[in-house]
Design a protein around this ligand. Structure first.
Ligand SMILES: NC(=O)c1ccc[n+]([C@@H]2O[C@H](COP(=O)([O-])OP(=O)(O)OC[C@H]3O[C@@H](n4cnc5c(N)ncnc54)[C@H](O)[C@@H]3O)[C@@H](O)[C@H]2O)c1
Length: 305
């Protein structure tokens, strides 16, 4: 697993080990945390995945399934470092794909994003909409990475399963709006500033539901793409309401204004998840539960702030 020290990856490591699998984690701890793997039975290799294929290859020998989760997962600050998405998300994916292919890996699972739909013209958005206009460097890099994997899969190098998730919430969450809001409120319990007008409509998903899909869903063909997310959405203001309620606060809430919180923020994200549902998967936790669960975990683990 690449990115196994990260938010989602570390949960996946825990589940795979609980299933009795042998797990090798490749991570450079750029955003990953040693704390998430403390006491873990996974073999952990501290490696920068931008390394060339010959350096990566030995770590893929004897591996059945690659879960490729390592990435620059930040959407908002993409324009501050325009090469990072290309290097961390496109180049790394092409090298991991090549190493996996050379090592004879049979299954390749990739964490893509619902951001690839940009400001979607069809909502709920199905997987097979015409290739949308990209609104962030992050999404542009993820759709490019998907294309590399599609080429490997159709060439028969391995079976590739692509998951396009909405924003994921839950324990160990360390970026995104819930994290930002809790951080603001811990610093000043009397004020909360929200980017945009707070009316942005967003679908979220609990990390436990995300992991269940990564473990359970595989297509019948060599290449499959699956949306993952809650079947509903909330407004950012709703989420802010649950967060302040969970923290027992009553801050003055201000909004920056505008339909979008930042360049590339999509005002409405709701994915059509019927393809994943047809595979027997659906979310078990509501968006409200996911937000509240995240707030509780951050409150109990304030070192993360
Ligand atoms: N969290 C979400 O809401 C969300 C939503 C959609 C898609 N995703 C995707 O899911 C995956 C996991 O996201 P996350 O939220 O757990 O992010 P994260 O930042 O917590 O985890 C990413 C991990 O990859 C590692 N990494 C990054 N670049 C590396 C490199 N060059 N070499 C080695 N290791 C490297 C980091 O140290 C970290 O452990 C990412 O691919 C992300 O794009 C996440």
């Amino acid at each position: 697993m690449t990115g196994g020290a990260g938010f989602i990856g570390s949960h996946l490591v825990d589940h795979l080990l609980a299933m009795g699998k042998e797990v090798v984690v490749l991570d450079n701890f750029s955003t990953g945390r040693k704390e998430y793997l403390e006491g873990s039975l996974a073999q952990v290799v501290n490696i920068d995945l931008t390394s060339d294929v010959s350096t990566l290859l030995p770590h893929f020998k004897g591996v059945d399934t690659v879960f490729h989760l390592a990435a620059n997962a930040d959407v908002r600050f993409g324009w501050e470092h325009p090469e990072r998405d290309v290097e961390q998300n496109v180049v790394v994916t092409s090298r991991i794909a090549e190493a996996a292919s050379m090592a004879g890996v049979s299954d390749f699972v990739f964490s893509s994003t619902g951001s690839v739909y940009g400001e979607a013209v069809i909502v709920p958005t199905p997987e097979d909409v015409p290739i949308p206009v990209q609104t962030s460097l992050y999404a542009a890099s993820k759709i490019s990475a998907e294309s590399f994997l599609a080429a490997y899969a159709t060439a028969g190098k391995f079976k590739a399963t692509i998951f396009r998730f909405v924003s994921v919430l839950g324990p160990r969450y360390s970026h995104g709006h819930v994290f930002d809001f809790v951080k603001q409120l811990k610093a000043n319990p009397k004020a909360l500033h929200i980017l945009g007008d707070g009316k942005q409509r967003k679908s979220y998903m609990h990390v436990d539901d995300c992991i269940a899909a990564l473990l359970e869903i595989r297509g019948d063909t060599s290449y499959g793409v699956y949306n993952l997310g809650a079947p509903t959405y909330c407004m950012v203001d709703d989420s802010a309401g649950w967060i302040v309620d969970e923290l027992g606060l009553d801050p003055i809430i201000t909004h920056a204004g505008g339909e979008r919180g930042w360049i590339g923020d999509n005002p409405f994200i709701l994915l059509d998840v019927s393809r994943a549902k047809d595979r027997g998967w659906e979310t078990k936790k509501s968006i409200e539960q996911s937000v509240r669960d995240t707030v509780r975990w951050i409150s109990e683990n304030t070192w993360i702030l």
